[in-house]
Design a protein around this ligand. Structure first.
Ligand SMILES: [Zn+2]
Length: 241
């Protein structure tokens, strides 16, 4: 027990040196910079991993959110008609070369991760038979829509509106959410889980450098090139004795 204590005391004595204020400007910046670069690389790697993980989950989560379409319909959050509906226009491209008539009703409902837009228009041709146009667009994903489904109805029997386009095209990507969701979520996770730790380590590293201690374990720097406590090398030869 006594021998162990004596050994520890001797090691401290051999490792500790008088703090030389004149060495601080040359030693400490190198130590801090090396550790900072290492931590920066780790930090960027974690950011990349968070973004990749978010990208992997982006579309499956969006697919899961389309289950909301089976839920009972709630009243529209937006329900506009007349000039307001006309100003909003159709929520997706119409399938004909001839433009669809101006929307007369524009409705939107949904919640976080799921949005449904229904837009209606009516024509009154010369023969007096009104033509009904309807477009329903569903957007799924969070925080931005990553998937989009469009369904359309138009006067099928009217030769003026004949087209080979699909009225119910397949589910498609909504590019803003498909591309930006991984960046937004990955960065948010990085800010919550990595940034505080990085800040704490940076402060601790600066304090250890200020007091001439090993940046890895906090043990006082000695005259060696490696720390006698943890064995890690200092960023530069410890110092001239
Ligand atoms: Zn150490």
């Amino acid at each position: 027990m006594a021998a162990s204590a004596n050994f520890a005391a001797a090691r401290v004595a051999s490792n500790r040196v008088e703090y030389d204020a004149e060495r601080r400007p040359t030693l400490i910046p190198c130590v801090a910079q090396s550790a900072s670069q290492l931590q920066m690389r780790r930090s960027l790697l974690l950011l990349l991993l968070f973004v990749l993980a978010s990208a992997t989950l982006n579309l499956p989560v969006a697919l899961q959110m389309q289950r909301a379409r089976q839920a009972p319909q709630s009243p529209p959050l937006i329900n506009e008609s007349g000039a307001l509906a006309a100003a909003r226009g159709w929520p997706a491209a119409t399938p004909h070369t001839t433009p669809w008539p101006t929307p007369s009703v524009w409705q939107s409902l949904g919640n976080a991760g799921y949005e449904r837009v229904n837009v209606y228009a009516t024509t009154t041709p010369a023969d007096g038979t009104p033509g009904q146009f309807n477009m329903q667009v569903e957007r799924m994903g969070w925080p931005l829509p990553a998937l989009e489904r469009v369904q359309m109805w138009w006067p099928w029997d009217d030769p003026a509106w004949t087209t080979s386009a699909y009225s119910d095209p397949p589910l498609r990507l909504a590019w803003p959410g498909a591309l930006l969701n991984p960046l937004l979520i990955g960065t948010a996770l990085w800010i919550v889980f990595v940034l505080p730790v990085q800040g704490f380590c940076a402060v601790r590293r600066r304090l250890r450098a200020r007091y001439a201690c090993c940046r890895h374990c906090g043990y006082p720097c000695g005259t060696n090139d490696v720390c006698s406590e943890c064995g890690k090398p200092f960023a530069e030869p410890a110092r001239d004795s």
